[in-house]
Design a protein around this ligand. Structure first.
Ligand code: GLC
Length: 473
């Protein structure tokens, strides 16, 4: 089949979160399975990309000009088409000058992007389906159906970000007046890109089956639950788990870690643990656990629970903690001060550091993800691949990918978003780790779970065939 993906960020060119990983590795996996997948994304201010410019001019349906440059996802042959516009995309941030501050013209920027994707699809020609990711692409389904373009799949990676704008900006969408009302994009007096995607796509997906069920409830639906429930009951909403790119992530040949190991040579892993401890200035008391965190530091991720839950264990020399991540100051602040209060026991690096993240996956005993909600989550799957045993809250994709040890699974799962529940789960992990042979068996089970994209591709293909009406091969 021929599938065009549209996403506002694509690894390794631009990235603020898991969306960029999926927008890169899903098309690559489709290609590896013999399908003709490509990606369209904005040319944010990115240096050093070698672009082959296509002959223009290119114009959105609204008549705005843009450039189209082609590159590839490294090592995969998967084409990436960059939409270039000095007016809208040549800026320091992807969505705003800083993480907490959006650009004032985001409605115009992403309306323009949707129009540009549609034009690129028609110029490149022959697509069976356009696969749209998150709110930034939420106008594409309506635009494509209005202009007789390809059918669309719309994937919700995170319902918390809905692209809602004041109604007086509606004209920048270029959509007809008939979509302005409550049966269209209208949402609490404004209009929402996310609502447009949900309403007008031929099929809607979220990134795990449990999250698909959660978003149809008032607790998990972020105001869109009624709409999503309606789409679920007409068969238009399903959950398909994300995967990870096992060529990019794996302890058997990761250039950032030493020594390499596999599930058959787990004893070697202690070298990675030692190396991580010395890199982070951590001293691990005998019998203590080394807990790792690699995450955006936001309310969603629940990392504010970690210190209240684990301070006692840290003070009692039973646990040391290595945290890598960046985000909201109210979560960063206490982590930074804990690293001063517990020197040698708590390490905190504020930022994004790919090689260090790999050493945390490879060297930690347990990996913490106490998320309040989690559409899918990629880090727990990466951690499992590197033999770090996940301790996670039972929500969204975490519930789907981490079976608890009590049922023969390979992780420690807890229910309530409270420090006490996390402490109890970590306590269970500590008790299990006291038996090294049993612990290695647990790590082996985690490492052998197949979370590769290859395993997920058939579900997407089935859906693409459905929306394309049986077209394509
Ligand atoms: C978002 C979600 C995360 C998901 C990722 C990729 O970042 O918060 O749970 O794994 O998108 O789909």
């Amino acid at each position: 089949m021929r599938i065009l993906h549209a996403a506002s960020e694509v690894h390794p060119f631009s990235m603020t979160g898991g969306l960029a990983s999926v927008a890169s590795s899903l098309p690559s996996a489709l290609r590896a399975a013999g399908h003709d997948a490509a990606v369209v994304t904005p040319l944010h201010r990115q240096d050093g990309i070698d672009l082959e410019w296509l002959d223009g001019p290119f114009r959105t349906p609204g008549g705005m000009e843009f450039g189209l440059g082609r590159s590839e996802i490294p090592g995969t042959g998967c084409p990436v088409y960059f939409v270039a516009s000095n007016e809208f995309f040549n800026r320091p941030g992807l969505y705003g000058p800083s993480e907490s501050e959006p650009y004032q013209d985001n409605a115009a920027r992403f309306s323009f992007f949707c129009g540009a994707v549609l034009e690129a699809a028609s110029r490149l020609g022959g697509f069976d389906v356009i696969h749209c990711h998150d709110w930034h692409t939420g106008l594409l389904p309506a635009m494509s159906s209005l202009s007789g373009g390809p059918p669309t799949v719309f994937t919700i990676h995170n319902l918390a970000f809905q692209g809602t704008f004041p109604m007086d900006q509606y004209p920048v969408t270029g959509l007809p007046e008939k979509y302005r009302g409550i049966d269209g994009l209208e949402y609490h007096g404004g209009f929402s890109f996310m609502k447009g995607g949900i309403l007008f796509a031929d099929a809607v997906t979220t990134v795990s089956p449990t999250y698909a069920a959660e978003v149809t409830t008032s607790e998990g639906g972020a105001g869109m639950d009624g709409l999503l429930l309606a789409r679920m009951s007409d068969g238009g909403l399903r959950g398909i788990l994300n995967g990870i790119d096992c060529d990019l992530w794996g302890p058997e040949d990761d250039p950032s870690i030493s020594p390499w190991f596999t599930s058959d040579s787990l004893r070697r892993r202690s070298g990675c643990r030692q190396a991580l401890a010395s890199e982070c200035g951590l001293e691990i008391p005998a019998g203590a656990l080394l807990a790792g965190v690699v995450s955006r530091l936001t309310w969603q991720k629940g990392l504010d629970l970690v210190l209240p839950a684990l301070e006692r264990l840290i003070a009692d020399r039973r646990l040391v903690l290595a945290v890598l991540g960046t985000g909201e100051p109210w979560i960063e602040g206490p982590l930074a001060s804990a690293s001063w209060r517990f020197p040698g026991r708590v390490f905190f690096k504020r930022g994004y550091d790919d090689p260090l993240s790999r050493r945390i996956y490879a060297g930690s005993d347990i990996f913490l993800m106490p998320s309040r909600f989690e559409p899918c989550g990629l880090s727990q799957m990466i951690a499992m691949r590197y033999g770090s045993v996940p301790v996670v809250r039972r929500t969204g994709g975490l519930a789907d990918t981490v079976p608890d040890v009590s049922g023969g699974g390979c992780g420690f799962v807890f229910d309530s978003a409270e420090p006490e529940a996390l402490r109890e789960a970590v306590g269970r992990a500590a008790a299990a780790a006291a038996d090294p042979r049993a612990w290695r068996a647990l790590q082996r089970r985690a490492m052998r779970i197949d979370n590769s994209w290859k395993a997920r591709v058939p579900s997407y293909l089935e859906l693409y065939r459905l929306v394309a009406g049986g077209a394509g091969a």
